[in-house]
Design a protein around this ligand. Structure first.
Ligand SMILES: *Cc1c(COP(=O)(O)O)cnc(C)c1O
Length: 389
């Protein structure tokens, strides 16, 4: 029998990292001193006290059964407290908060609740791939909003044609932004809310990186804005904030009807988060201030080591105000893929070509600050030797 994939799989954008993945595997096999700045996954372990809480909770047999789909009430309450303390946003723990198996779970599934075949979804380009795949799986059409340097990597809503805006049912946004490291302020969100009300568009604000920021900048929540709860939800995640990427815990928060739609889909595809993980997540949220301070001190040192170093060498790269990503313009006549290839071949450094995040990502490579200061200094030194001397 010939196994044939469904059209929805065939429609997915081509995977552009095949060549670089192969080159990376080859470099590792050959024992070359690879430094991987390609993955957006913190290098440091989850803090000990969170792991201990998981261990403790997992010895209680009552935690071994199916978890509730809506998550433990105590976890939703802790999430509401965190929102109140961090953003001064009031949320009803029963109707306006839904724990997720990582925010990717919510981002990928939410179109199934609100998108009918042919409906359009506004998606930032460059952007996190599940915005597009989730849209396509629901039969929706991706309508990309280019993020350009001259507009500080914010979409220009005034560029969106009225006729198109009317066909759009949902819009993904992501600030602080992966891959560009860009941030937005509340006035941008105010503009988004006006736009969403005018065209009746559900706003999905992906805020996975609000807790990684520098120089005193404190990224806002979409939900801080008056009217935000009328039009949208925010996705949050413990993944980056607490070095918990593998644990799979995040949340959707905001409009109760939108949260209910997502919950309806999820109750049919998963059976909740393993209870000990929920208990450990509560412990993480309760200690978020200390962890944030500690983690951001380390990322600040890394940001300086890499960017000050590259700027001295002659590669002009801007310092992001948030996220652990550095969005570096290509140089020397390379495009994003050929620069990534050259960096790997000549210096054993892995970066992600911008084109992998969408057409408008061309002209940049993304480097993640997910290795220590010493390695970042080594990165600068190798790049200087091979490209700038
Ligand atoms: C890492 C990341 C997330 C978080 O994903 P989880 O599923 O919560 O681990 C969400 N959005 C973006 C843009 C990310 O880079």
């Amino acid at each position: 029998m010939k196994v044939e994939f469904a059209d929805r799989i065939k429609q997915l954008p081509p995977y552009l990292f095949e060549e670089i993945d192969k080159a990376k595997q080859k470099a590792i096999r050959e024992g070359r001193p690879v430094i991987d700045l390609g993955v957006g996954d913190p290098d440091n372990p989850t803090p000990d006290f969170i792991v201990k809480k998981l261990q403790e909770a997992s010895t209680d047999p009552t935690t071994h059964k199916y978890a509730l789909n809506k998550g433990l009430k105590a976890l939703r309450k802790e999430m509401a407290i965190w929102y109140k303390e961090r953003f001064n946003v009031e949320l009803d723990q029963d109707t306006e908060i839904l724990p997720l198996l990582g925010s990717k779970d919510g981002i990928a599934h939410i179109p199934l609740a609100f998108i009918n075949p042919g409906d359009e979804v506004l998606i930032p380009d460059p952007g996190y791939p599940p915005y597009t795949s989730g849209t396509l799986f629901a039969g929706g059409k991706a309508r990309f909003m280019p993020l350009k340097a001259e507009n500080n990597f914010l979409p220009n809503l005034k560029d969106i044609d009225e006729r198109i805006a009317r066909k759009c049912k949902l819009m993904h946004l992501n600030y602080p932004n992966n891959p560009t490291g860009a941030v937005c302020d509340k006035s941008f969100y105010a503009e988004v809310i006006d736009f969403a009300k005018k065209y009746e568009i559900i706003v999905c604000a992906d805020s996975a990186y609000t807790e990684i920021s520098f120089d005193g900048f404190n990224p806002p929540s979409f939900l801080e804005l008056p009217g935000a709860k009328e039009v949208g939800v925010e996705f949050h995640s413990l993944s980056k904030t607490f070095n918990m990427t593998g644990w799979r815990v995040g949340m959707a928060a905001g409009n109760a009807d939108i949260v209910a739609g997502l919950a309806k889909i999820k109750s049919n595809v998963d059976s909740g988060i393993f209870t000990p993980i929920q208990i450990a997540a509560m412990e993480a949220l309760r200690n978020s201030k200390d962890i944030k301070r500690e983690f951001n001190q380390e990322y600040t040192l890394r940001r300086s080591a890499l960017i000050d170093g590259l700027n001295e060498v002659g590669w002009q790269v801007a310092k992001p105000l948030a996220t652990f990503y550095v969005w570096a313009p290509v140089f020397g006549g390379y495009d994003s893929a050929s620069l990534a290839k050259a960096l790997l071949e000549k210096t054993d450094i892995i970066v992600t070509p911008g084109i992998g995040f969408g057409k408008s990502g061309e002209g940049y490579v993304r480097m993640a600050l997910t290795v220590g200061v010493d390695k970042l200094k080594e990165v600068v030194s190798r790049i200087k030797t091979e490209f700038f001397s």
